[in-house]
Design a protein around this ligand. Structure first.
Ligand SMILES: [Fe+2]
Ligand SMILES: [Fe+2]
Length: 296
């Protein structure tokens, strides 16, 4: 009897340990705070600092979905670097893609260089692993969605316009192919689906994104897609393969969630221990947990 009782106690102990391990696993989170379209200008000094400070308080990684500056000017990029200094000082990694506004002055490489020199990781068809989570980033391009997508037919200008969208989709695909992480986040500026631009005038849908970006996201089964650009779109949608898509455009978040900080937090569950920055997520931040199914 005593032996059976001892065996029973071992079993209970093992069950308790397994439960604890399971609890450990689900509490290992990497928190990604995301926003797009901050449109930093030459006169934005002091206007974005509190946003970035709040992001630092509740995240392990900050993701910026393009239109970082307003006219693509070096002066604007320097202001942005000063505004985001709290995050960089706190050693919270910042990953970003450029948006169409960052190209306006014709010198996107200068904007990119200023941000990179400050410590921001600017992705353009590249991938990076941060705290065990893979990020693939590309600006993307427009051209429309589904059966209304612009086709490469007729004038050379139309063909080159469509070629740009195809090239961006290929860059996204090659970035995703480089990732070996269990969890993958795609960071874009343009939308890959129509659902997250709903709310914008229908006439401008073709200029807000392209379905050509959707196929690699489905094929590589990313955990979530973050994008901006459609300031008046919808906050959430999903691809045809049920990949979650979040429009994190700052004006959109301000309008849809006026009582919350203007960014979105994704909590990525990991099986491996994650070194978080020790900050507790602010209760009021819009938070979505992803990767649960993959971890189970
Ligand atoms: Fe924008
Ligand atoms: Fe944009």
């Amino acid at each position: 009897m005593a032996g059976r009782s001892e065996e029973g106690s071992h079993k209970a102990c093992r069950a308790a340990q397994a439960l604890l391990q399971r609890v450990d696993k689900v509490t290992e989170l990497v928190r990604i705070a995301a926003v797009g379209d901050v449109h930093c200008t030459k006169t934005s000094d002091g206007t974005l600092q509190s946003l970035f400070s709040q992001m630092v308080e509740c995240a392990d990684v900050i993701a910026l979905a393009g239109d970082l500056v307003d006219y693509g000017l070096a002066e604007e990029a320097h202001v942005l670097v000063r505004e985001i200094a709290p995050a960089l000082k706190a050693k919270v990694p910042v990953v970003a893609v450029l948006g169409n506004h960052d190209f306006e002055a014709g010198t996107p490489d200068v904007v990119k260089q200023i941000l990179c020199e400050a410590g921001i990781v600017v992705l353009d068809g590249d991938a990076v692993e941060i705290k065990g989570v893979g990020f693939a980033g590309v600006k993307g391009f427009c051209g429309g969605f589904g059966r209304s997508s612009l086709e490469p037919w007729g004038e050379p200008m139309i063909k080159s316009f469509v070629r740009e969208a195809l090239d961006e989709a290929l860059k996204l695909e090659s970035a995703l192919a480089k990732l070996r992480t269990r969890h993958r986040i795609a960071l874009l500026h343009y939308s890959p689906i129509a659902a997250t631009v709903e709310g914008e005038p229908r006439e401008i849908y073709p200029f807000l994104g392209s379905s050509r970006l959707e196929e690699p996201l489905n094929r590589y089964q990313v955990n979530a897609v973050l994008h901006g650009h459609a300031h008046h779109g919808a906050p959430e949608g999903q691809t045809s393969a049920k990949v979650r898509v979040y429009n994190v455009s700052m004006p959109l978040l301000k309008r849809h969630f006026p009582d919350r900080p203007a960014f979105r937090v994704l909590e990525v569950e990991r099986e491996e221990p994650a070194a978080t920055n020790g900050h507790v997520p602010r209760g009021e931040a819009i938070t979505d947990r992803i990767g649960a199914a993959a971890s189970a």
